[in-house]
Write a protein that binds this ligand. Structure first.
Ligand SMILES: Cc1ncc(COP(=O)(O)O)c(C=O)c1O
Length: 400
């Protein structure tokens, strides 16, 4: 793992006279050279619009886009590339599902989500509920940051049409028991939507094993560029459901009064896609695929366990959430100090963390905290980062 840092040029930056400690990977990961070069190479040598022209550059650009789609299908073990829709990211992917599902929702139907969700897996469902008269219900979270599975069992019912849940919580690192949740949701005949934004960078994803209907993730949270992400949708749904946005690329035939649509995935990709983004995503997936995922998870686990042990020894530190299974994220508070002040003091020592509600306001209110200080780790994090974080928090605790 130590040689990996050299792949990420930004990690050699110095801030406030100190080597950068980047512990904000849950917000966005840094990018390896291979991703930066793939995007630059695309614009330098292959740039053209896809699918529409007879010339060789358009053919190359189309091949690159479609190769990235095939790679994404393999990356999450989808049955076919037709199940891979390129979106702007997780947020757009969930909005897409929430919009196409409108066709199948009626007043009285229920959308079941959880208190652990990021706003992007809450607000689109609120908007869908408002448009359709469906009811939004949220599964409670336990004080340790795990989902309350008995509450889930109680709230899942004959009217549940959609179950939306994250794979890993961005605020607490909780790994949700998805196999259990998917099995129960299927027994209730609900459509399942998984927000995988915080999972794709750590563990191998297998959508067939999960047997979910939809799975969303963002490239920029797994070493790829911003502005591109993936929505996996089970083909039978993509064939049955209507398109969302209309425009070029998604049509088969257009008259002034009527249009017919392409087959999935193109039916859901109106307009010129983010081709360079797809190339960068492809490069990020190739990069990640060279790394044994089990070893990566073990490595990240060792780091966060060490950080957790050391943080607990600092007087005044209170962990927020101690989930049974945690992935790469630690949220904490320092007694008597506002999270933003701690974040600023850490920044002055060259340590980048995130503070605030982490786009999970309902979770923060359920846990009774205004926000937290969040340190998030990834494959380029190391023991020095842990050491510097601990020293930084110790210093902040004496200062504040
Ligand atoms: C769990 C989770 N879901 C969704 C999102 C939204 O991702 P994006 O902003 O890339 O669409 C995030 C981003 O922080 C996240 O952590």
């Amino acid at each position: 793992m130590s040689s990996i840092r050299a792949d990420f040029p930004i990690l050699s930056r110095v801030h406030k006279g100190q080597p950068l400690v980047y512990l904000d990977s849950a917000a966005t990961t840094q990018k390896p050279d291979v991703v930066i070069k793939a995007i630059s190479d695309y614009y330098t040598r292959h740039n053209a619009n896809v699918h529409r022209a007879a010339h060789f550059l358009a053919e190359e650009a189309t091949t690159l886009l479609e190769d990235a789609r095939k790679q994404a299908a393999q990356f999450i073990n989808a049955e076919s590339p037709a199940e891979i829709i390129m979106t702007r990211g997780t947020t757009e992917a969930i909005n897409l599902v929430a919009n196409i599902m409108q066709a199948e929702l009626q007043p009285g139907d229920e959308i079941l989500l959880t208190t652990l969700e990021h706003h992007s897996n809450i607000v689109p469902w609120q908007m869908l509920a408002a448009r359709t008269g469906a009811k939004l219900i949220a599964v409670d979270v336990l004080a340790n940051g795990d989902l309350d599975l008995s509450d889930f069992a109680n709230k899942l019912g004959p009217h549940t049409r959609i179950v939306a849940c994250n794979h890993v919580s961005n605020a607490l690192g909780t790994v949700n028991p998805l196999n259990h949740i998917m099995t129960m949701a299927k027994q209730a005949n609900a459509i399942t939507v998984i927000d995988g934004a915080q999972a794709a960078l750590h563990e191998a994803i297998d959508v067939q094993d999960l047997a979910c209907d939809f799975y969303a993730f963002s490239a920029h949270k797994m070493y790829g560029p911003t502005g591109i992400g993936v929505l996996y949708g089970r083909l039978e749904h993509l064939e049955r459901l209507p398109p969302w946005q209309g425009g070029g690329e998604m049509i088969e035939h257009v008259t002034l009064t009527h249009s017919t649509y392409q087959k999935p995935p193109y039916k859901y990709e109106a307009g010129t896609p983010n081709i360079a983004g797809a190339v960068g995503l492809g490069a990020a997936m190739s990069y990640l695929s060279q790394i044994d995922r089990d070893s990566l998870v073990r490595y990240e686990d060792e780091l966060i366990n060490k950080a957790l042990r050391r943080l607990k020894q600092i007087p005044g530190v209170r962990l927020v959430g101690e989930p049974a299974q945690r992935r790469a994220v630690i949220s904490f508070l320092l007694d008597g100090a506002h999270p933003h002040d701690v974040g600023t003091l850490l920044d002055q020592q060259g340590i980048a963390v995130r503070t605030g509600h982490h786009c999970t306001m309902p979770l923060m209110s359920a846990l009774g905290v205004p926000g937290t200080i969040r340190a998030s780790f990834s494959l380029y994090s190391n023991e020095d980062d842990v050491e510097r974080l601990i020293q930084g928090v110790e210093k902040a605790s004496t200062f504040l």
